[in-house]
Design a protein. Structure first.
Length: 395
């Protein structure tokens, strides 16, 4: 009896084969669960949800800015351009810091981007398109997309050859005031740096005057005349205001004197705002709301009859190479507040009070978009005639 084993005590152990079979079954089940869950896809979907939220926020901010100012933020063009990350360099990208903090607490950034924000913006068919090129779900229209919505956001880059539908409502680009319906698309005039220019009846700026203009250069290899006079006798007889990136100056030329204000921050990617002030022999230049320099200037008058060059024919090699927009001439010295208002409001602002209204000599918005003439919205009848077909471009 002592050597007899009880069947209730004895238990058979698992064999190695059985253990392996169990492990294999567990592995297979785990694999099925992982495939079903797809954590990589789930993470991608989470990132895409953030992208959708981000471009929605940018969409809303640009829309509200346009409603308030009557135009899109300066610098948005028909070419999809990366949006600058304010914490990094904005070289080659568009700076939308004007949206912060009024319309955005901070600039959204793609969760996978290490350079700029990872988002891009463009204007096409009078609509704004905010893109998320790094999306993991591919091209998909979303957030406010409609043929009647002025501003549209996209997840994913717009495919090559895709033509977005035009908005049927008025867009906020151009026009003026606080947006409103049926507003005009904001155009500009692009010159080829050779013979293209605009002729106007001679305008004389005397004793006290100001010039305000938006410009974007195509080339930094030579000088570009903004306004000038073709009727002088020889080089010493011409009046002109010109950008001279090749010489590092912004240059004023008249019959009796030539003065250049040093300036080196040239580029071919961004629109900039330039203001020239003249008062009692003193000459000052502002770029993008900042004073870059001043000098004494003995001549008391600047006479112009051309936009985009001086000395008709282009043989002087100083014709404007780039685009001009919203050119204004005043018979007063603008205040720093006036300059800031012109810069911050961008182009197309029709609401002009004080010196911005009563002392306006001429104002060419270049918003026609077609034809061979450009109107003077000041009411003084200084209509311009396009010569050698400068190109109408959208802003």
């Amino acid at each position: 009896m002592l050597n007899k084993k009880s069947s209730s005590v004895y238990q058979k152990a698992f064999t190695l084969l059985e253990v392996l079979i169990v492990v294999a079954i567990v592995a297979i089940l785990a694999g099925i669960v992982i495939v079903a869950i797809n954590p990589s896809k789930q993470l991608g979907n989470a990132r895409d949800s953030q992208r959708k939220s981000d471009i929605g926020s940018i969409f809303t901010a640009i829309n509200q800015y346009a409603v308030d100012y009557g135009h899109y933020p300066i610098g948005i063009s028909s070419t999809p351009t990366p949006i600058c990350d304010p914490a990094q360099s904005c070289s080659g990208s568009i700076d939308l810091s004007a949206l912060i903090p009024t319309y955005l607490i901070g600039m959204p950034k793609d969760p996978m981007s290490t350079t700029d924000t990872g988002y891009s913006v463009a204007v096409a068919n009078s609509n704004i398109y905010v893109e998320a090129p790094m999306t993991e779900i591919g091209f998909k229209n979303q957030f406010g997309y409609s043929s009647t919505t002025p501003i549209v956001a996209f997840a994913g880059a717009i495919p090559a050859g895709y033509t977005p539908p035009a908005a049927t409502q008025g867009t906020p680009s151009g026009g003026g005031g606080n947006g409103g319906s049926q507003q005009q698309t904001n155009y500009a005039l692009q010159f080829d740096g050779s013979t293209q220019h605009v002729t106007i009846s001679e305008v004389s700026l005397e004793n006290v005057f100001s010039v305000s203009v938006w410009y974007k250069l195509n080339s930094l290899s030579h000088s570009s005349t903004i306004i000038g006079n073709s009727s002088g006798a020889g080089a010493s007889g011409y009046d002109a205001l010109m950008l001279r990136p090749d010489q590092g100056t912004i240059y004023l030329l008249t019959d009796n004197q030539q003065v250049g204000i040093p300036y080196t921050s040239w580029d071919t990617t961004t629109w900039h705002h330039l203001v020239l002030l003249y008062n009692a022999g003193h000459y000052s230049v502002y770029v993008d709301d900042s004073l870059i320099g001043d000098s004494s200037f003995g001549d008391s008058a600047l006479s112009i009859n051309e936009i985009g060059q001086y000395a008709t024919g282009g043989g002087n090699g100083l014709a404007f190479d780039g685009s001009l927009d919203d050119l204004r001439l005043y018979s007063t010295e603008l205040t720093t507040g006036d300059i800031s208002a012109l810069y911050n409001n961008g182009v197309g602002t029709e609401s002009e009070s004080g010196s911005l209204g009563t002392d306006l000599i001429a104002h060419w918005k270049f918003d026609e978009g077609t034809g061979i003439t450009t109107a003077d919205s000041s009411g003084n009848g200084n209509t311009g005639t396009l010569v050698n077909s400068p190109t109408w471009v959208t802003r």
